[in-house]
Design a protein around this ligand. Structure first.
Ligand code: FES
Length: 138
């Protein structure tokens, strides 16, 4: 079967360069990290793929079980995000330093509108799985 011109364009590596999104992270210690991700990747994917040194980030690998991927968004970006699911809200409740513009990085996928956004990583991390474990011991 012949490949259409459109399919060839979609398959070409140049096409994907349009899908790059630059994201800045303010790390726990205040350092700024900048990385590029692709539209559709989660912020957890960006941290992992670009090997960003963010202490304890993404401990449950995006399975909504830890809240270590807690990020704080700028107001104008936060307003454009899809609403959080009940599962994400439950995990956020266990996150350290929750704010009005907090979300979980493993649940937020990049869009072009997020280009050059800055997200803040809270100063400390709370792993919800440990809180649950500790709760069980008491
Ligand atoms: S990586 Fe664990 S909840 Fe996002």
């Amino acid at each position: 079967m012949a490949i259409s011109r459109r399919d060839a364009r979609l398959a070409s590596p140049e096409f994907s360069s349009d899908d790059k999104v630059t994201v800045h992270f303010i790390n726990r210690d205040g350092d700024r990290l900048t990385a590029e991700g692709k539209v559709g990747e989660s912020l957890l994917d960006v941290v992992i793929n670009k090997n960003l040194d963010i202490d304890g980030f993404g401990a449950c690998e995006g399975t909504l079980a830890c809240s270590t991927c807690h990020l704080i968004f700028e107001d104008h970006v936060f307003e454009q995000l899809d609403p959080a699911t009940d599962e994400e809200m439950d995990m956020l409740d266990l996150a350290y330093g929750l704010t009005e513009t907090s979300r979980l990085g493993c649940q937020i996928c990049l869009t072009k509108k997020m280009s050059d956004m800055t997200v803040r990583v809270p100063e400390a991390v709370a792993d919800a799985r440990e809180a649950i474990d500790m709760g069980k011991k008491v």
